[in-house]
Structure formats: structure tokens, C-alpha cells
Write a protein that binds this ligand. Structure first.
Ligand code: SF4
Length: 383
């Protein structure tokens, strides 16, 4: 799980980013964004700066067994992982490439032995860092989290009913552990850093209680976020069986109820009132209506897998194959690889014909909702 405006506290959140934009090093981000858009989207030539966003899926290992997730199975299939030395080098490459944000996900990130060392390197370069954790071992890592300078800790919370959450996550006691961890983090942190954000997957199982969940979580964490259940991720963590899929994905008959639930939530919490959130039901029931959105993924982000392979999109089999391998190449070589350029060429002409609605690609929805981006003729490239 990885990035949109679902926060409900005071803050103005860059849609889906797990931190407040007012605290970020905006100038660096704007230069990296503009430089990449001009060089890669307009001209499809070599980028001078690295991707704006990097999602680093650092381990497939997990200490939970979430019903909608098969990451631990991936661990058997792809056991190889990056060495400590190479992971640290990659962190330096990311820093030098002027990447704005790196989000660590898994698996369970706190099981990755190199996590804090790698984050310390990134922080030396001023990179914004967030981690996404299931919270089971949060309380044992509070000091390391604070010391490493992590900006945001995102904790996955499906329900405020502890039994329901434990059952969904396949781990007894995980709810009480994560709540203890959150409390310890709040008590020990200085000021509001790291920001504590919850993320709740809205699905067939959770939508009826989602309002209650948001109400309760808003009193516990700094920022509350929601993302729809998604699947079809090749080599990604949420590739689930058909049987499990039907238990998480709502049926067409539930559409009116879901639309009404989301509408009520957006009314109660204005920060949910954005394009990404409002279109969760469209994504589930009429995804073809969203095909008009352009994909910005190959111009803005990369996804690093545990074994060092890199892709920019785990959701479409056409683009989920690796564009490079960080065991062999450096980050900028991968970002400027011929495979990356081939993907860019198709996607800049809007020939991809796909849509995704996970948080990590919600910048597509955000950029679509900016009127000026869509009015500029240079961005209206068609095949
Ligand atoms: S819109 Fe398509 S190519 Fe772009 S990130 Fe989503 S699935 Fe991948």
C-alpha cells in the first residue's frame, strides 16, 4: 500500500501524500517534477533528475496474514533480497537524484533489517520518508523510528473493532499492539514528527462501518486516510484468489449504498471531498468511465522490489515487467532505460488503455483534477 487527500484534520494535504505539504521541501519537489515532465513527458528524452516518488517494497516477509494479501507467498517465490551494502548505495543514488519522497512498504517494513540505516542516508539528502506498517511490532521500534527522522508512519487499520481487525489481518492481538505502538509514538515524539496516519481499506466488508471507523480514528491519529480495495497487481502484494476477491469487492446491487456512504463521509469531512475519493465507486462499478484519465506514473515514480528489480506500474501486466535491476544498474540508468522510454512513449500518447485506483497512483486522479494541467495543449498528446 502506498499515496491523496484523505486526511481529515486541519491540514491541507497534497492529495494522497502521507504528509502535510506545508512542511515539505517544495522547491526541490517542484524542480524535480518540472524537469521530469519537460524531459520525459514532453520530449521522452533522458531525465536529469530521478523520479519524484519512489515506493520501495523492501521485503515480502510479513508477520501478519491479511486475508486480502498474498505477500508472504511472494516471499517463497522471490526470496532474494538486496544486500545491506547495495541497499545503502541505492539510498545515496536516490538522494543524489533529488527524489522528493520515498515510501517504504512490504510485507512488513519493520522486519527489513536495513530499514533504519537506509532511511538515515535518505534523510541526509532531505528526502521525505514514510513507512507503512501493520503495527504489530510498532511499539518495539518507536525509538528507532524517531531517531531515524521518518516523517510519517502510516498504520493500516481496517476496523476499530479489535476482533474484526485481528480476524481480517489473520493475527490475534495485532489491534491492541498497534494501538499501544501509536500511543507510545505519540508520547515519545517531539512535536508532531513523525506524523501518525491511519489507512483503512474500504471494501465490501468495511464500507458499512467506515463512518464510525473514521470518527474514532480521527481522535487517535493525526491523519486518517482511506483507500479502496484493489487487486490485479502482478508480483504485487494484493494479488488475491477469486474467492477472496468476491468477499472484498462489492456487488453491483450495493452501488447505491456505497455511493451514499461516500457522499455522507465527504460531507462530514470536507477533506475527503476530492476527485480520488469521490470516484471510488466509479472505479469499482464503472472503471471504463475513468479511462479518460492520463497516467503520470512513468514520468513521476518508480517501484523498487525486494530483489532489486524495478517497475513503475505493478497494476498492468503490460507495464509491470521490470524496467531495470538495481543489482546491475544504478537508479538513473534504470530511470532512463530503453524499456522505461518505451512505456513512456505509449503512455504519453495515452495508448495504455488502463486505469488504477490505489493510493500509490492517486497522483493521476489529483493531476486530472487540476484544470490547468488538462487545458494545456502540450499535455493532450494522443495517438
Ligand atoms: S494507469 Fe495503467 S499504466 Fe498507469 S499506473 Fe495505472 S495501471 Fe499502470
Amino acid at each position: 500500500m502506498l499515496i491523496y487527500n484523505m486526511s481529515i484534520k486541519d491540514k491541507k494535504i497534497f492529495p494522497s501524500l502521507p504528509f502535510s505539504i506545508r512542511n515539505s521541501k517544495l522547491l526541490k519537489a517542484v524542480i524535480t517534477f518540472s524537469s521530469n515532465i519537460i524531459r520525459t513527458k514532453l520530449f521522452n528524452t533522458n531525465a536529469k533528475r530521478g523520479p519524484l516518488f519512489i515506493s520501495w517494497l523492501c521485503t515480502y516477509q510479513c508477520n501478519a496474514r491479511c486475508k486480502f494479501c498474498s505477500t508472504h507467498e511472494m516471499n517463497k517465490q522471490f526470496p532474494e533480497s538486496l544486500s545491506r551494502e547495495r541497499a545503502l548505495e541505492i539510498a545515496h543514488e536516490i538522494g543524489r537524484a533529488k527524489t522528493w519522497v520515498v515510501g517504504f512498504t512490504g510485507g512488513e517494513v519493520l522486519l527489513w533489517p536495513h530499514l533504519f540505516e537506509v532511511i538515515k542516508v535518505l534523510k541526509k539528502y532531505g528526502v521525505r520518508v514514510y513507512i507503512i506498517t501493520n503495527g504489530l511490532s510498532l511499539k518495539n521500534n518507536v525509538d528507532s523510528i524517531i531517531k531515524s527522522g521518518i516523517d510519517t508512519v502510516v498504520v493500516s487499520i481496517d476496523s476499530i473493532d479489535s476482533q474484526e481487525h485481528d480476524q481480517n489481518r489473520g493475527k490475534e492481538g495485532i489491534y491492541s499492539s498497534l494501538m499501544e505502538g501509536i500511543e507510545q509514538l505519540k508520547n515519545k515524539r517531539k512535536g508532531e514528527k513523525p506524523t501518525i496516519k491511519s489507512t483503512t481499506v474500504i471494501s465490501r466488508k468495511t464500507y458499512s462501518g467506515i463512518e464510525k471507523t473514521v470518527d474514532r480514528l480521527s481522535g487517535i491519529v493525526d491523519v486518517v486516510s482511506i483507500q479502496p480495495v484493489v487487486t490485479d497487481y502482478a508480483n504485487g502484494p494484493h494479488n488475491i484468489s477469486e474467492e477472496e476477491r468476491s468477499s472484498f469487492f462489492p456487488e453491483k446491487s450495493e452501488e447505491p449504498l456505497i455511493i451514499e456512504t461516500l457522499r455522507r463521509l465527504a460531507k462530514k469531512y470536507p477533506s475527503f471531498n476530492n476527485f480520488y475519493f469521490r470516484n471510488i465507486a466509479t472505479y469499482w462499478f464503472s472503471p471504463e468511465k475513468l479511462l479518460k484519465l492520463k497516467c503520470w506514473s512513468p514520468f513521476l515514480r518508480l517501484l523498487i522490489m525486494p530483489q532489486g528489480e524495478v517497475s513503475h506500474c505493478p497494476a498492468n501486466s503490460k507495464y509491470s515487467k521490470k524496467v531495470g535491476d538495481l543489482k546491475i544498474n544504478n537508479l538513473m540508468e534504470v530511470w532512463n532505460s530503453s524499456e522505461m522510454k518505451r512505456h513512456r512513449e505509449e503512455i504519453r500518447k495515452h495508448q495504455n488503455g488502463c486505469i488504477c485506483w490505489s493510493q500509490d497512483a492517486s497522483f493521476n486522479a489529483f493531476l486530472y483534477s487540476l484544470p490547468f494541467i488538462n487545458k494545456l495543449p502540450i499535455f493532450k498528446k494522443r495517438s
